[in-house]
Design a protein around this ligand. Structure first.
Ligand code: HEC
Length: 408
């Protein structure tokens, strides 16, 4: 998606360095978790309790971090440390309550825990800018978890990270991000629709469109609404001809989904959407297949939650395909969810061709994530980890594996 990506605001160098560090921490976590054993089954009320505490603590942190001076003031030190400890504790509890097959959820909960701990440590050492950046990025973890699965209703709790958090009006996209992080999906969609309709906003901000599609498609399955919004967006005079063409393709796909919605979690439909999304003759321009990839990923995530008893080969395939869709939907994501699913695919059935395809993609991504200015600099433990995964697929038993059902 280079053409679309190049239009997105570039963060400052300091932020990039911190993101790299954050990504490395999360990556190490992702690489460790996929091999973890089964966890106790999820408990809904416990999850919601944890969420309410996390919401209250995060709201305090978002408010204080919006103002550099307030964040640095000794008067707020106790409140900030306590809130970070609360987020970390509750996220750790949440990780223990994720279901046995929810590696993705466990990873995100543990990432939130580590991130809050890292921010707390930074804060206590006086690294205030680091702590502030981490706090401001944390809602991305909430968004990633909340947009994985369908949800008919918004949070029971009407509070959000916004309500008490920020006094000055926020840009609509940031507002929407905090609303999705608080599971206020209806208000988030309204904010994003105003943004996409607003003559003042940059019409090319593909991150806003992506968030909008993740919520309308994966959470609400309201393809018709997304098609209508993008139709209006496409007709705006400021849109470049190239983006107008790409948006036209998104709208066509959304209309098709609206006319014949795939059965939730249906693996055959998921595979068809993956194959279609990967067809560059059908989608010659960068970013054109975005709707197709999101359609596939939504079906695959649903499939994972419904099919605990699937065969090892099928688990490997579904995890590989989720990893693949993640790399296409969010190629620059700082949360390494793709890597997690790819490793899970390798471990689920090392003899499968999904495992081999997953390993190739994983190795390339890990090398790219750690590549320093002087070339290849994989830390020893990461290099060892890759070696171990490679050894799994290279064992004689694994080499006799059958080809995958859907080659992409
Ligand atoms: C591991 C995945 C995960 C992460 C990470 C996560 N959440 Fe949640 N959240 C959930 C689930 C699951 C629910 C329950 C949804 C339901 O009610 O069906 C939920 C529910 C909520 C609710 C609604 C509670 C209610 O009373 O209905 C709020 C508010 C919330 N989360 C806020 C947050 C915030 C803020 C963050 C980040 C700081 C966050 N969540 C991170 C998975 C997650």
């Amino acid at each position: 998606m280079s053409t679309l990506r190049s239009r997105v605001r570039t963060p400052s160098a300091g932020r990039v360095a911190q993101r790299r560090a954050g990504r490395a921490i999360c990556l190490a976590l992702a690489l460790g978790l996929a091999g973890a054993g089964p966890l106790p089954a999820g408990a809904d009320e416990a999850t919601r309790d944890a969420m309410r505490t996390i919401l209250a603590a995060m709201a305090r942190l978002v408010r204080l971090s919006a103002d550099r001076q307030a964040f640095a003031s000794p008067d707020n030190a106790a409140a900030i440390t306590q809130a970070l400890a609360d987020v970390s504790d509750q996220a750790a509890l949440l990780a223990e309550h994720t279901g046995p097959d929810d590696t993705g959820g466990e990873f995100l909960a543990r990432s939130l825990d580590r991130y809050a701990l890292w921010a707390k440590l930074g804060y206590e050492r006086g690294q205030l800018d680091l702590a502030r950046t981490l706090v401001q990025e944390a809602p991305d973890i909430c968004v990633a978890c909340h947009t994985r699965w369908p949800s008919a209703a918004d949070a029971r709790e009407k509070a959000s990270l916004l309500s008490s958090a920020v006094s000055s009006p926020l840009p609509l996209q940031e507002r929407a991000r905090l609303l999705v992080a608080s599971r206020q999906f209806a208000a988030a969609l309204e904010a994003l629709e105003s943004l996409l309709a607003s003559p003042a906003a940059t019409p090319t901000d593909v991150e806003a469109i992506k968030l909008y599609l993740l919520v309308t498609m994966r959470v609400k399955q309201d393809y018709a609404r997304a098609a209508r919004t993008l139709d209006r967006f496409r007709d705006r005079a400021v849109i470049t001809p190239e983006l107008r063409g790409i948006a036209g393709r998104w709208i066509e796909d959304l209309r098709e989904l609206a006319d014949s919605p795939p059965e939730p979690g249906n693996l055959v439909s998921a595979e068809q959407w993956v194959e279609r999304a990967g067809n560059s003759a059908r989608y010659p321009r960068d970013g054109e297949a975005l709707v197709a990839w999101i359609a596939a990923s939504g079906l695959l995530h649903q499939h994972l939650t419904r099919n605990a008893s699937a065969s090892a080969a099928q688990v490997a395939e579904v995890n590989y395909l989720i990893g693949l869709t993640e790399t296409r939907i969010a190629p620059d994501a700082w949360l390494p969810q793709a890597e997690l699913y790819l490793e899970k695919a390798i471990r689920a059935d090392p003899s499968s061709s999904s495992a081999r395809a997953a390993y190739e993609m994983l190795e390339a991504r890990v090398r790219a994530a750690y590549r320093g200015p002087d070339g290849d600099d994989l830390p020893d433990d990461v290099a060892d980890h890759l070696e171990r995964l490679k050894a799994l697929i290279d064992t004689p038993a694994a080499r006799g594996g059958k080809p995958r059902t859907s080659e992409v």
